[in-house]
Write a protein that binds this ligand. Structure first.
Ligand SMILES: O=C(O)c1ccccc1NCC(=O)[C@H](O)[C@H](O)COP(=O)(O)O
Length: 269
């Protein structure tokens, strides 16, 4: 059955054709940020006695429409860093999320914490593009690639010194992927047919991962109890977009969430 990802990928492939005509694969290597040394995204997610927060710059989404009308990516990136985010995810898909590669570039020039390009990556060109616009890591969605394509994209990430967060949606994905060539695994808690989120299902799926994998829970997270649940299940990081983007000061919201979570786990021990 076709789902929202099929529609997004179809659009991505069409847009990609146009972008490749404007900026060739070789041209990407001549862009200023291409030479910027990559930061350690994976290392930033491995905190002692804590759940790392990957805060997302997200203007809109297919499930919620426009989320943040007053949208200033430079300010948001700075606030996220000041609020204690371990890393920032930047949505660069334009048609479905009103994102842009420019937001990635802006964030890269503003902050020192690692940046994840969150998009629907199906072509090594997009991996090189991520590097050229200042990303330190890329999101690779297992569901929209076959095993061979995923390996090709992981290889491209390695070539451009980017780390990869491989995202799964269901058991079908975790069953076919080859864990040998990856070290950060995410599960998206969102059901692509209903857009409902189920944190427990996501955490259950992450329990199947090899022991040394860095684990990320994505979508629908919004409070300290959610983080506590992840912490109790040995999940390393939480990727949070909408909740922060709906707050007046997204960075302050990161700081408050971190502090509430700390209080909770202090009570627990
Ligand atoms: O956000 C959506 O509506 C969406 C729909 C279909 C595919 C992906 C989608 N979102 C991308 C993401 O994975 C989220 O932006 C990210 O995990 C943060 O989620 P949230 O905290 O719920 O904004």
């Amino acid at each position: 059955m076709a789902n929202i990802l099929d529609e997004i990928v179809e659009q991505t492939v069409a847009d990609l054709k146009k972008r490749k005509r404007k900026v060739t694969y070789n041209d990407l290597g001549n862009m200023d940020l291409f030479e910027k040394p990559s930061k350690n995204f994976k290392g930033a997610l491995q905190l002692d006695n804590d759940v790392a927060i990957i805060a997302e710059i997200k203007k809109a989404s297919p499930s919620k429409g426009l989320i943040r009308p007053d949208f200033y990516p430079k300010q948001i990136a700075r606030q996220y860093q000041d609020g204690g985010a371990a890393a920032i995810s930047v949505l660069t898909d334009a048609p479905a999320f009103k994102g842009s590669l420019e937001y990635l570039e802006i964030a890269s020039k503003e902050v020192d914490i690692p940046l994840l390009r969150k998009d629907f990556i199906v072509d090594p060109y997009q991996v090189k593009e991520a590097k050229a616009y200042g990303a330190d890591a890329v999101l690779l969605i297992a569901t929209i690639t076959d095993g061979h394509q995923l390996q090709e994209l992981l290889h491209a990430a390695k070539e451009f010194e980017l780390q990869a967060l491989v995202e799964c949606y269901s058991e079908d994905d975790t069953e076919y992927i080859n864990f040998d060539h990856m070290d950060i695994l995410g599960v998206n808690n969102r059901d692509l047919r209903t857009f409902g989120v189920d944190l427990h299902r996501g955490v259950e799926l992450l329990q199947n991962a090899p022991e040394d994998m860095v684990l990320v829970s994505e979508s629908g997270l919004s409070n300290a109890e959610d983080l506590q649940f992840l912490f109790d299940n040995d999940i390393d990081a939480a990727l949070i977009g909408e909740y922060f983007m709906r707050q007046d000061n997204p960075g302050q919201a990161v700081a408050e969430l971190k502090s509430e979570f700390k209080n909770l786990i202090t009570q627990e021990t």
